[in-house]
Design a protein. Sequence first.
Length: 202
Amino acid sequence: MLFRSLKEFEGLSPTTLNIMPNWQDGNLNSSFKYESMDQKDLTDLEKYGTHITSIAPITSLRTVIRVDDVEKQLSVTGTNSNYIDFVEYELESGRVITEEEVLSQEKVAVVGYTIKEEFFPDTKATGKYITAFGVPVKIIGVLKRKEKTDTLSISNPDDGYNNVIVVPISLFQRLFGQDGDFQMVLCRANTIKDIPAARTEI
């Protein structure tokens, strides 16, 4: 499978690369044919990508988030514990998702400050639950508010870093019934000099 390797995201490390599936011309009855990335592609990237490290698969969908009588349609993103390597962040409270929680499909989430203010304006959000995908998910971390959100938000790029909701990708796939397709993968070249070789490998 072929992928497009896009240039580095502004606001992230200069060695960060974003890998996305190819859009290909379809037949006369369809505009495009979409190629997805799956677990095999990720395994191959980890095995043969000698010039890259810290790989974070990403997938995202909109769903209803509810706390008591408050409901909002928001984007929820599934990824692994490496995602935090790509984000310049500070925690308001709590902690980030661990690899163990990814492996065990724990119902936990890290949320942006706007999410905390929307659902828990008068109390701490850490340790509280939101209902996502129709099941309770425990907030384990809240990111500190950023006034200038030029850092990547994979949950909702239009609303920025403060609106992020991140859960373990294993939980995301189980609850949404997905078999492992990823919308994109973030990875990091070992050094700036390794970027051309990393793109060739991809």
